[in-house]
Design a protein around this ligand. Structure first.
Ligand code: FES
Length: 137
């Protein structure tokens, strides 16, 4: 597994998404309320660019006439036939046992851990022997 640096956190504010091609795979990275998630940009139904669809919520009902709208901005609706998937898991709400969008783990890491400058100064080993600082060239 190869790590890929996607963007600085500031470049992807909550409610936005970024489209990428990683090793030939179309992927979208979403910032959902400060959490980051990745989805393959291909609908498991008939292959539409799933991640170009609108972000919506989930209508749930526990009793007739009582509808609760949850997961606001966490569900993506496919632009072709309207199937809906949970961005956090890739789960389909149309047929959860058969269809699932491919989800990818996304982490936020400190810049010092992933972004190093392009130039490296030559370093020289220095040691202390008795009371003398010694450099080996
Ligand atoms: S291709 Fe996505 S719902 Fe049909």
């Amino acid at each position: 597994m190869t790590r890929h640096v996607i963007a600085a956190v500031d470049e992807l504010p909550p409610g936005t998404r970024k489209f990428l091609d990683i090793d030939g795979r179309p992927i979208a990275i979403f910032n959902i309320k400060g959490e980051f998630f990745g989805l393959l940009n291909r609908c498991p139904h008939q292959g539409a660019a799933l991640c170009e669809g609108p972000l919506i919520g989930l209508a749930q009902s526990s009793d007739p006439g009582e509808i609760e709208y949850t997961k606001l901005g966490e569900i993506i609706r496919c632009p072709w036939h309207g199937w809906e998937f949970d961005i956090r898991t890739g789960q389909s709400y149309c047929d959860p046992k058969r269809f699932r969008a491919r989800a990818y783990p996304v982490n936020v890491e400190p810049g010092t851990a992933v972004v190093k400058g392009p130039y490296v100064a030559e370093t020289i080993a220095v040691s202390v022997e008795s009371d003398y600082v010694v450099v080996d060239l």
